[in-house]
Design a protein. Structure first.
Length: 112
């Protein structure tokens, strides 16, 4: 397998600094969300919530994070209003407790 060693590939650092790149877009989103929601910043006040096998749910100052660590999608209740997701989230009709499908290996952040 020839990986064309003389061909230059940009590093993740270079891509993140490129205006309009997906990496730069995500960086800007994360910076905005951390500034807008102090609970996303540093701290140690975390409350773990009961969840199905393979799913981790924790709460912090004004937000909830749901992480599916399994290889299968799971249907769980939406704990709040959708803030940010690593994969598409179907409609929850903005209803607290309405169920949604959390994709395999996906994370969703919610405001509460």
């Amino acid at each position: 397998m020839n990986l064309q060693k003389d061909r230059e590939c940009p590093s993740a650092h270079d891509i993140a600094g490129t205006a309009g790149s997906p990496a730069n877009w995500w960086r800007e989103v994360v910076i905005y969300q951390v500034r807008a929601h102090p609970g996303l910043g540093a701290g140690d006040a975390v409350e773990w919530t009961e969840a199905p096998a393979g799913v981790l749910v924790f709460c912090r100052q004004g937000f909830v994070c749901t992480m599916n660590t399994s290889d299968e999608a799971v249907r769980i209740p939406a704990p709040g209003r959708l803030l940010l997701a690593s994969s598409p989230v179907g409609p929850t009709n903005g209803s607290h407790g309405a169920s949604f499908e959390l994709d395999a290996n996906a994370t969703v952040w919610w405001t509460v």
